[in-house]
Design a protein around this ligand. Structure first.
Ligand SMILES: *Cc1c(COP(=O)(O)O)cnc(C)c1O
Length: 430
């Protein structure tokens, strides 16, 4: 904490209010996720103290080093939590060479406790839910959020209830159920599970649906990706960043983080072009971007990138605002292109991304080829999750494995038979 500050943090830190993103109406810090005047989404506002790089660097190696920039109590790091964040920012020189780029970095969110960036948002939502007196942690989820909510609730010693579309990946079912809590598969898409969650949130007074009734706090957690990227680049903003888009909250909050750091004078560089990445089977925001529309028309998702399969994205219009204001874009890629990109990232950098990470890289390639991204600019792409959770997606890259006898003769015979082994790298170059 900075000594020169006259501000005193409360149980929500330096957050002062919730304000409507549409009409600016101000509410106290409570459970108002929709504006009382216009039903617009609410956003946390702050009266930030002067902060130095040293203040932040003295904090723990997890998201709580940025606690003064989050709606959480000053001693949040001391309460039991999963301690997400401070994931690796990996310089990807081999991949950069492959793509003809100068400086490319991967923000690798596999390093989080349940292997996706969702642990960040859940940690902040849990902190707010606790302050607001909720007793149960709940969510509708495309899979990764379910993992993060179940784990965080287990660690905090409270009950969890998660609603997922019935067709999500088996790894994400197991990776939720293992923590205990209630896991409910809902027939239909994420948007159906989300509708049921909204109805339940109205009915169950002590249930905090992290991305519904405490959403303003939850979404703030994604700022920590932006804070880390800037700090890990040596306190400078990248020149361009590619972020996968489902609800769009992650992208919007990374931009907010960059603007807060610039506003506090903590970083070199004042702006970063932000690019959104979607899968063609669920690309309502990319479609609106291309058409020049301000509204996002909902779609029915059909893609293997299930963590991005939100047909009616809550933050879609704000993704359009951010990408247009910063000079970025929103683009879509096919399932084949995203699978190829997963293989390319794995074979050049040893990083096994989930489908959403494949979408980020595939969009990077596509926009480079189209001349919409600058190959000479400092570029970051987000791998938001772990390929081990979306194994079926990469089946097309994996040649069948043959077992041999444990003898040199058998080895030589196999080597002869498979002169040029089919590898993920080759698929990536196809
Ligand atoms: C949830 C999720 C996203 C999308 O995040 P939004 O904030 O909803 O846009 C991206 N990648 C992965 C792996 C996710 O689980």
């Amino acid at each position: 904490m900075t000594l020169s500050s006259t501000r005193t943090p409360t149980r929500f830190g330096y957050a002062t209010a919730l304000s409507c993103r549409e009409c600016g109406h101000i509410s106290d810090l409570g459970s108002h996720h929709a504006c009382a005047e216009c039903f617009g989404p609410m956003e946390v506002s702050y009266d930030l103290p002067p902060l130095t790089r040293a203040d932040i660097e003295a904090g723990p190696l997890n998201i709580w080093r940025y606690r003064d920039l989050l709606p959480v109590r000053p001693d949040i790091a001391d309460t039991p939590n999963t301690e997400p964040g401070w994931t690796r920012l990996i310089r990807a020189d081999q991949l950069a060479r492959e793509l003809g780029m100068r400086e490319l970095w991967i923000k690798d969110e596999r390093g989080n406790p349940t292997h996706s960036f969702k642990d960040r948002v859940v940690a902040v939502a849990l902190a707010a839910a606790t302050e607001l007196g909720y007793k149960v942690l709940a969510c509708p989820s495309t899979g990764n959020l379910a993992n993060a909510v179940a784990a965080a609730a287990a660690r905090a010693g409270i009950r969890s209830v998660v609603l997922v579309p019935a067709d999500i990946e088996p790894q994400k079912i197991v990776g939720t159920a293992v923590y205990g809590g209630s896991l409910i598969a809902v027939e239909g898409s994420y948007d159906d599970a989300n509708r049921l969650a909204s109805e339940l949130a109205d009915e169950r007074e002590d249930w905090a649906f992290v991305n519904v009734n405490v959403r303003p706090y939850y979404a703030e957690g994604s700022k920590t990706i932006g804070f880390e990227v800037a700090e890990q680049l040596g306190w400078r903003l990248p020149e361009q960043i590619v972020v996968p888009v489902a609800s769009g909250a992650q992208l919007v909050k990374i931009d907010k983080a960059f603007r807060e750091l610039a506003g506090l004078g903590l970083v070199a560089g004042t702006s970063c072009r932000v690019y959104g990445a979607q899968a063609a089977g669920c690309a309502p925001v990319a479609a609106a971007f291309l058409a020049g529309h301000d509204v996002v028309k909902p779609v029915r998702p059909a893609t293997i990138a299930k963590s991005l399969a939100i047909g009616n994205p809550a933050d879609g219009p704000y993704v359009l605002d951010v990408t247009r204001r910063t000079g970025g874009a929103v683009a879509e890629v096919t399932d084949d292109e995203l699978v190829t990109a997963i293989g390319l990232l794995a074979s050049t950098e040893g990083i096994f991304a989930e489908t959403a990470g494949g979408v980020s890289l595939a969009v990077l390639r596509k926009l480079l080829a189209a001349g919409q991204l600058d190959p000479a600019a400092v570029t970051v792409i987000i791998n938001s999750g772990d390929g081990l959770k979306t194994l079926d997606a990469v089946a097309p890259l994996i040649a069948p494995v043959t077992a041999i006898k444990a003898s040199l003769a058998a080895f030589a015979a196999l080597e002869h038979a498979t002169a040029e082994p089919e590898s993920a790298r080759k698929a990536g170059q196809a």
